[in-house]
Design a protein around this ligand. Structure first.
Ligand code: ADP
Length: 585
């Protein structure tokens, strides 16, 4: 993205969207699982209540069945068999009967109430009769009732007419269970394919016939529905074995089924309500989260845009300061101390670059002026010489002298133009090396020979020290140009009666060329700039000669092109230029 502000906003919004989305998702998931857990708990509670209600309804139904069975029990009466009709006297007539020998003494003992007599009396066989136990016909829509009496031998004593062709069975398993359950055994059976009933099978005993015996012997335990379990008190009482009957009472289950169905419908409604409640709460939560998400997003977008604008203000101030820079004023007009830490190095670098630009610019301006000036001097001299020569006819010797002067001026101008051209070719990358095997010591000697006359003319001694005679692959013309330039400078900036040392040696795998002079030296602040084009440490010195600050820039360009390095050391007593080329050992 091209705009920092736009990209910041986009990244910020992406981050924000992710963060808000993540938080909302987490909140929703947490709330959802909590709500579902609550719903499951409530539903479990509803199911438990439903089970309890069902049990209660069934128990209430069963209790009514049992109460009916209790009522039916009153209808069953146990009678002694024929012995009851015996009298003291008529008993004598029974002696001849098959069991008369047994019944007679028992009969006598009947009224004695002693233990033996009573027990014998009650061990006699019993006959059970059911007094009219006919059921009332049910009202319309009332559930039908059914009953059936069995004696101990499995004989049916009585049954309700409502059973019609159907029979309640008393098979071994029902009988055993009825004997185990004191309050009766309950089960649900089908009388016919369309009629299901709930039935109680209760093992009990009938009432006893004669009032006296009943009063004394008939055990009449008060009936308690669901009595607390009795502690067994030793072995069961011996002696009295009451007669046993099984009463089966049943009632159509349509009311029970309806009540249970109602409970189930209510349970399903309550469960559905719980689910709907959870879904509604979650939907509400979702809506609220969307609102929170949207409003927070909007608020942060607005606030974020404002903050980003605020944060970018220093950048804006810096860019305004940069835009105020012109070729007339290179100052970066901004207080760097008021800039944030991140921008201070940029502003510092900018200010430094602008300062260098300003210097380079002024140098170039100065150089242009100097070059014009340098060119104007030989041009003016040329023009003057020619004009003076043309004023009157002259002898051939005079013309020859005038032409010599003209050639010197032309040469000076040519040198300057050639230097400018060399610089332009270096800038354009058009200068290429013409490499060949070069005898460096020999080449250094030749350069020294070229400049020696000039040095001697200024009273400067020149020493050449060759410590290495090896050759190297390089461009000899450019190496010559480098050395000549350095030697010319060493002469130019030397003191009268000074000296120049030119050394060729090998050090650390490098071929070193060193030009040492005893000149005026270079000030420390100027040292780092002397290889820049058009730089001159002291422009006032060069009034008479052609010095535009180009020579060392060309030297540096050539050395770089040849793969070498150049450095300078200087003090008040002279300067040393050192050029190094890596050579294979
Ligand atoms: P110029 O043509 O002006 O000499 P150069 O590029 O050769 O240009 O040199 C740049 C500047 O470096 C000179 O103006 C001078 O001030 C300084 N300089 C170069 N060589 C020496 C030296 N041997 N001793 C002292 N100053 C030097």
């Amino acid at each position: 993205m091209k705009s920092i502000r736009l990209s910041l906003i986009v990244y910020f919004l992406l981050l924000l969207g992710c963060a808000l989305g993540g938080v909302s998702w987490f909140v929703y998931q947490t709330a959802s699982s909590a709500l579902h857990a609550k719903e499951a708990g409530n539903q479990e509670h509803l199911r438990t209540s439903y089970q309890a209600d069902c049990e209660k309804t069934k128990a209430s139904f069963d209790r009514r069945l049992f109460e009916h069975a209790l009522g039916l029990r009153r209808k069953a009466i146990a009678h002694r068999n024929h012995y009851e009709s015996l009298t003291m006297f008529s008993a004598l007539g029974w002696v001849g009967m098959p069991d008369g020998y047994l019944s007679l003494p028992v009969h006598f003992a009947q009224g004695l109430y002693d233990k033996l007599g009573g027990q014998l009396y009650f061990r006699q066989p019993w006959e059970i009769r059911v007094e009219s136990a006919e059921d009332m016909p049910p009202e319309k829509d009332e559930p039908k009732d059914f009953f059936q009496f069995y004696n101990d031998k499995g004989r049916v004593l009585d049954r309700s007419s409502s059973l019609e062709e159907s029979w309640f069975s008393l098979d071994a398993s029902i009988r055993t269970r009825a004997e185990e359950q004191k309050e009766g055994f309950f089960d649900t059976v089908k009388i016919n394919p369309d009629l299901t009933v709930r039935r109680v099978t209760w093992k009990t005993f009938p009432r006893f016939g004669p009032p006296l015996i009943r009063r004394l012997w008939e055990p009449t335990p008060p009936f308690v529905f669901n009595p607390p379990p009795k502690q067994a008190k030793g072995p069961p009482p011996r002696g009295f074995v009451p007669p046993v009957i099984f009463i089966q009472f049943a009632r159509e289950t349509k009311n029970l089924d309806a009540a249970l169905a109602k409970l189930e419908t209510k349970l399903n409604e309550d469960l559905a309500k719980e689910e709907a409640e959870t879904a509604r709460t979650l939907a509400g939560l979702r809506t609220r989260l969307w609102w929170i998400f949207g409003l927070t997003f909007l608020a942060i977008v607005a606030g974020g845009a404002f903050l980003i604008r605020l944060g970018l203000t220093p950048l804006k101030r810096l860019s305004e300061a940069v835009s105020r820079v012109s070729e007339k004023d290179f100052r970066l007009q901004i207080d760097q101390n008021r800039l944030p830490n991140e921008l201070r190095p940029i502003a510092g670098c900018l200010a430094q670059t602008l300062e260098q630009l300003k210097r380079a610019f002024s140098r170039e301006k100065q150089a242009a002026a100097d070059i014009s000036h340098e060119l104007r001097t030989p041009l003016a001299a040329l023009m003057t010489t020619v004009e003076v020569a043309l004023r009157k006819p002259r002898k051939p010797e005079e013309y020859q002298e005038i032409l010599e002067d003209c050639r010197a001026s032309g040469k000076q101008m040519t040198q300057l133009v050639e230097k400018l051209l060399a610089l332009a070719r270096l800038d354009a990358g058009a200068d290429t090396l013409r490499v060949r095997e070069v005898d460096v010591a020999n080449l250094a000697g030749q350069c020294a020979d070229v400049v020696r006359p000039l040095a001697e003319a200024r009273g400067i001694k020149m020493h050449v020290r060759i410590a290495d005679l090896s050759t190297m692959q390089t461009d000899p013309d450019k190496l010559r140009e480098v050395l000549t330039n350095l030697l010319h400078n060493a002469i130019e900036y030397n003191r009268p009666d000074g000296s120049i040392d030119l050394a060729v040696e090998r050090q650390n795998g490098h071929l070193c060329l060193e030009v040492r002079d005893t000149g005026i030296g270079i000030a420390p602040e100027a040292r780092e700039h002397i290889f820049e084009r058009f730089f001159r440490a002291d422009p006032s010195r060069h009034a008479d000669t052609l010095h535009a600050g180009i020579g060392l820039a060309i030297v540096k360009g050539y050395v770089d092109l040849m793969g070498g390095t150049i450095g300078v050391e200087s003090s008040a007593t002279g300067s040393t230029f050192r050029v190094e080329f890596p050579v294979p050992s």
